[in-house]
Write a protein that binds this ligand. Sequence first.
Ligand SMILES: Nc1ncnc2c1ncn2[C@@H]1O[C@H](COP(=O)(O)OP(=O)(O)OP(=O)(O)O)[C@@H](O)[C@H]1O
Length: 242
Amino acid sequence: MSAAPAEPAVLLEAIHATRVLPGVVPVTLVEDITLKVHPGEFVAITGPSGSGKSSLMYLLGLLDVPTSGAIEIGGVDTTHIDEDARAAIRLGSLGFVFQFHFLLPEFSAVDNVMLPMRALGAMPIARCRERAEMLLSQLGLEPHMAKRPDQLSGGQRQRVAIARAMANHPPVILADEPTGNLDTASSQQVLSILRGLVDEHDHSVVVVTHDMELAARADRRIHIVDGRIASDASNRREAPAV
Ligand SMILES: Nc1ncnc2c1ncn2[C@@H]1O[C@H](COP(=O)(O)OP(=O)(O)OP(=O)(O)O)[C@@H](O)[C@H]1O
């Protein structure tokens, strides 16, 4: 007798997650969000402005905590743990790319990419530097490693931010409008790199975007309306049965 196929592993999961900002008039940012991100998935989160996409990203990235429901990373509930424990999970399991790169202005590209590795403290500094240089080279930034962010173009800065997100080889990389601030050519390049993170580098990627081309290149698209999931559908065409 053959066993039932195993459920694919889940890297990141929101379970009925709701976030309400308290106040005289409470504001519901997202409501009853349930989703799973599996290994090797590229998920796009789309929706109108103000629908709650960034709020959801903050919850998935453990930068905010749901008022009810839970966020699990690798099967571990992150909702009822202290901030230090959440920060440790963030550092080891998640990488972040934002619309505005948030690189440290006084640090070179290579020093910026080394930061998460040095914070994790798992490797000697020389190995951190070696890995940072390797990641920057892979992203076509070999000639720019010693430059500070203000000496780089927008697209180059975003590639440094992607290298930094990859630094600790987190299973999941979260990107919030990563092409929002870029010209078409740089957007295309960042889009291809994000796709490559999934296809060639073994990361799962969740990206908030208004960019329909980016959303179309994802494996799956989750559409948010008024803080709730309106649809969650695969972009992949199933192979026809033979
Ligand atoms: N600190 C806050 N106080 C009050 N309302 C807030 C706060 N933060 C977010 N909101 C509201 O919550 C809703 C969701 O915001 P969010 O930034 O998550 O939307 P979004 O889909 O990412 O928008 P955009 O595409 O414009 O970036 C919006 O209506 C926003 O005005």
